[in-house]
Design a protein around this ligand. Sequence first.
Ligand code: GCU
Length: 344
Amino acid sequence: MQKRIIALLLVVLMVVLSGCAGKTTEPSKTNEGTEAVKTQVIKVAFNQPENHPQYKAMQQFGEKVFERTNGAYKIEIFPNELLGPQRETVELVQTGAIGMSIVANSLVENFNKKFSILGLPYIYDSKEHQNAVFTDDTIVGDLFKSTADNNFIVLTAFHAGARNVYTNKAINTPADLKGLKIRIMESDTNIKMMKYMGGVGTPMGQGEVYTATQSGVIDGGENNELIYANMKHYEVAKVYSYTQHLMIPDLLIINKALYEGMSEEHKAIFNEEIKNATTAEVDLWEVDAEVAKKTAQDNGAQFVYPDIKAFQESVKPLHDELTQDPEFKKLYDAIRAKAETVKK
Ligand code: GCU
């Protein structure tokens, strides 16, 4: 714990000494005689490794932005929680210590509960449906700007696979989850979701899941195949059951002043390129998830495929509860209506 605090202080110090990410400028290389373009470096916090599809999509975004703004903006990604766990990086973005971070939707729900609609269990029919929602400004545009009072806005929502439960036994029905403590992300909606699904949701940061499962503090977790394999969770929870309960996105957040300080032309480039990266990431995901699954299987993990109908039924009260507010219901209906426009 103490080590972690010291590490975090060092990170903050590093960021501060480097002149505040997102505000750092460096002259970009120009031919002699031409006027130097000032390059603004935007630091992006990311809690997963360089092989992750979101990292690759952000790299692509960075290249395009650099090229199309003629070197005015350079995107620098810090993977593997180098700038701290997600919750803390939200604060770094809010203060402007860093420019951007990729954080789970669940964390942003704590600023505006309406985001919980984007993270409802079984709300999307497919990843294509989800992508159509995330790239449609008439559905998500206002929502993404709604956190401006908290000094950040959301630039996009990235696909993050489907989440499935893993523990040391097969989960085929909600009854199989009875009494099991399953780690969930830190949000009220997730706690309720796990209760409706039959288990006991235990919120904690992703980095603590391995040890907590190993020591028996929890019985397992729920996550996509990439985390299950990359973080070697299969070593402590051997059965991965395809409950497919959540297709919850990760949000790319940006410091408000940084975004608002851009010219209209640059804003348009950011918006266009982030939509391209959002769509490209969905395809990258498929390939990487297969590789991750194979790695887990090779290391002894078992994959089981329950009939998900009982789980879908079990979480319906959560849909009803969250759509009581007419504004929430409007967003919910727009998401569901979009499903009809997407070929299955
Ligand atoms: C997913 C998600 C991350 C999140 C993690 C978690 O991997 O992409 O943003 O941190 O789950 O369970 O905490």
